[in-house]
Design a protein around this ligand. Sequence first.
Ligand code: ADP
Ligand code: ADP
Length: 227
Amino acid sequence: SLALEISNLHKTYDNGHEALKGISLAVEQGDFFALLGPNGAGKSTTIGIISSLINKTAGDVSIFGYNLAQQRFLAKKQLGVVPQEFNFNQFEKTKDILVTQGGYYGMRPQQAKAQADHYLKQLGIWDKRDVPARMLSGGMKRRLMIARALIHEPNLLILDEPTAGVDIELRRSMWEFLTDINKNKGITIILTTHYLEEAEQLCRNIAIIDKGSLVENTSMKSLLRQL
Ligand code: ADP
Ligand code: ADP
């Protein structure tokens, strides 16, 4: 079955800029998928629409068969998103950010706490659980964003440039973590990157967008053969 299906997605911003010119894309359940493209291609716009933060101009998005416009809550429950910017409350304690997020998805506090503990430990920020998020380093904030996106156990995780500005050591451990949850929990992962090595390390299938249009949609293997 399909984790994500995008049909003929268009976005024209209020200033008239046409950021997406009819993109169609399907990502299989269990895939590790890269959305590649230069700056300004429309990657963040696409992710913004999938996460309901940006209104589409036309087209359709379905997540595990749930239409994002018509079955919004069911669709959103399937999805965790890690945007580029840190958009949590910097004054809230790390652990509380996770438990609060679980509450948005109807999780019981006990269940949310257990999940929070699990990901705080697995992502190496357990020591910071009772500290306000603003006290965390950039790399730790990045990991907190990932933990928050996973708290409600989504089946699809989307990350926008997850390792931008992250040092090589942390980048490697994030790659390991993502590979692990893809393999062992079966979580479908889509990430954007303009960093080909990252896609090469992690991803089985890719799409390339440029100036709001899809220019390539293939396996990583066949992309590498073309280069
Ligand atoms: P990417 O993530 O691939 O770098 P974006 O989706 O951020 O690309 O941007 C796609 C295009 O849309 C760019 O030309 C960008 O300048 C433009 N754009 C992004 N956000 C807005 C906005 N709020 N208003 C107008 N144009 C925007
Ligand atoms: P509504 O349905 O009222 O628009 P949402 O379901 O969009 O509300 O969001 C509920 C809360 O969950 C928001 O306060 C927001 O902070 C958080 N949230 C929603 N989507 C995401 C996301 N993709 N990543 C992180 N937090 C999110």
